[in-house]
Design a protein around this ligand. Structure first.
Ligand SMILES: Nc1ncnc2c1ncn2[C@@H]1O[C@H](COP(=O)(O)OP(=O)(O)OP(=O)(O)O)[C@@H](O)[C@H]1O
Ligand SMILES: [Mg+2]
Length: 479
């Protein structure tokens, strides 16, 4: 067709359209036009009503239930959303096709997350489908779809299970921290000024801890029972806390065990230095500023606070001061007292605290006031003692990577007769100049044990001689 023909056809079509519009304007009066408009609008409304009604009918007959977990609710972040996100992210990584890796500031290493919009899960035989939906505004929502049959299981326990799993994965991925209290003089109005922290990266583990394996097993079981004891503690109406008293000579592994416990449970450590605080109210402030899932440690409790005085009942309170020291005590408000510590452990902490462990360590259990260490306050007394053969075998494995050696027999019998701390054994087994020398290290240890055995025997003889001399003197004085 020629260009001119095309233009002609277009022109005549436009002319017909104008003609039609002008006729419409003339024929239909204004009110009729409004009526047509209203008719069209109501038809559209009816159609959307039909749509809504049909949705309802479908929902009514549909065997599926959908629960939504929006990221924000009334402008506040919904923590359930975060827990679900973590749970789904970590779920069945091995089966996922898309994985997202990231390193978040607070996390230990690379966090691998399943990166799929839809995830299927099965819980107690119920199939559920999770889907993440993003609205046009960018708000995200986790949608959980399942068959009505599973309603009781899903609402009764599955959602709770997802929340708990999510939170525990979050906690596991978090870097542990070691907190130390700032001297109270440096505190300002912010809670953050009470404790300073560093990342906690101690390599200690129960596997490398040298001690009697039965005792080790008991402690591990106790920790596990505590960690999983939320419902139990609630049932018996007690605060979810546990106290351990670690006692034993220097270098027997008390501090190492605390690190191993923190690593095992993934808890933060609060190392409470009592000498840096002035009084009981500061102590209370510090302890209430600690977080859940943490271990609060007071090392060398016998040296940190004057606990040696006899307790005396005063105004229903426990006092550590000896009789006659009342005036001094009133003046001396700058003391952290046994009563402050005990009150906190028993009272305030029980009311506000959750999932906390408190550990006291001492080299001199005999110096401690019985009130501090009675059962219930300190639930478990753990003695770390001199190195036995079983503990030695763990150290030999750690340091030399050997399970047996011709010198083991001799070492076993020497250890029975000699008091040596695991720290001293470890020192002998440690590689010199980064070279592991099994024979040399074990020979070194045997020599050191023989020397100690002799010293300890001589010291024992001296002690016996002194005693018998004293007895003789008393005998002479008497007769
Ligand atoms: N039972 C043990 N198992 C493994 N290593 C140990 C053990 N005991 C001591 N060690 C080693 O000795 C070093 C000192 O031990 P640790 O600091 O735990 O002793 P401690 O009982 O806390 O002593 P102190 O009473 O002086 O505080 C540790 O770094 C560790 O290498
Ligand atoms: Mg120590």
């Amino acid at each position: 067709m020629m260009m001119g023909d095309t233009m002609g056809t277009f022109g005549s079509s436009m002319a017909s359209l104008f003609f039609f519009w002008a006729t419409f304007q003339q024929i239909f009066p204004e009110h009729l036009k409004i009526a047509i408009k209203e008719f069209l609008l109501s038809t559209i409304q009816q159609l959307s009503f039909v749509q809504r009604f049909s949705d309802r009918v479908i929902n009514f007959f549909s065997p599926y239930v959908v629960i939504s977990f929006p990221e924000y609710e009334e402008y506040r972040f919904n923590h359930a959303f975060a827990a679900i996100d973590t749970y789904l992210g970590a779920k069945a990584i091995d089966k996922a096709h898309k994985i997202r890796a990231s390193q978040v500031k607070e996390s230990k290493g690379l966090v691998l997350k399943r990166d799929e919009a839809k995830v299927r899960d099965v819980y107690e035989g119920v199939n559920v489908w999770w889907e993440i939906v993003t609205a046009t505004g960018g708000d995200r929502t986790h949608k959980l779809t399942f068959h009505r049959r599973g309603l009781e299981i899903v609402t009764g326990s599955y959602i709770k299970y997802v929340m708990e799993e999510g939170k525990s994965i979050e906690a596991k991925n978090k870097k542990m921290k070691l907190f130390t209290n700032n001297p109270s003089l440096n505190w300002d109005t912010s809670k953050k000024s009470l404790w300073r922290h560093i990342d906690f990266e101690h390599p200690a583990s129960f596997k490398t801890l040298a001690m009697d394996p039965v005792k080790k097993g008991d402690i591990l079981n106790d920790l596990e029972a505590f960690r999983n004891g939320k419902e139990y503690y609630k049932k018996i109406g007690k605060a979810w806390k546990r106290g351990y008293l670690l006692h034993g000579p220097p270098g027997t592994g008390k501090s190492t065990m605390i690190a191993a416990m923190a690593n095992h449970l993934n808890y933060n450590i609060y190392d409470l230095e009592l000498t840096a605080i002035q009084n009981n109210s500061e102590l209370r402030k510090l302890l209430t500023a600690t977080s859940s899932r943490s271990i609060i440690v007071i090392e060398d409790i016998d040296c940190s606070v004057d606990l040696t005085g006899k307790r005396r009942k005063r105004d229903g309170d426990l006092s550590v001061k000896k009789d006659g020291e009342q005036g001094k005590e009133d003046q001396n408000q700058s003391k952290v007292t046994l009563s402050g510590l005990l009150n906190f452990i028993d009272g305030i902490w029980s009311a506000c605290g959750q999932e906390r462990i408190i550990i006291f360590t001492t080299n001199h259990i005999e110096k401690l006031d019985p009130a501090l260490i009675r059962r219930g306050r300190m639930d478990m007394h753990i003695e770390l003692s001199y190195c036995g053969f079983e503990a030695f075998k763990v150290l030999a494995k750690n340091y030399l990577d050997v399970d047996s050696h011709p010198l083991f027999g001799e070492i076993e019998s020497l250890l029975k007769e000699t008091k040596i701390a695991p720290a001293d054994v470890a020192e002998k087994l440690m590689a010199k100049n980064h070279k592991v020398d099994v024979d040399g290290s074990l020979k070194d240890l045997v020599e050191s044990l023989e020397k100690r055995k002799k010293q300890q025997r001589d010291h024992g003889d001296d002690h016996k001689k002194k005693l018998s001399g004293k007895k003789l003197r008393i005998f002479r004085e008497l007769f």
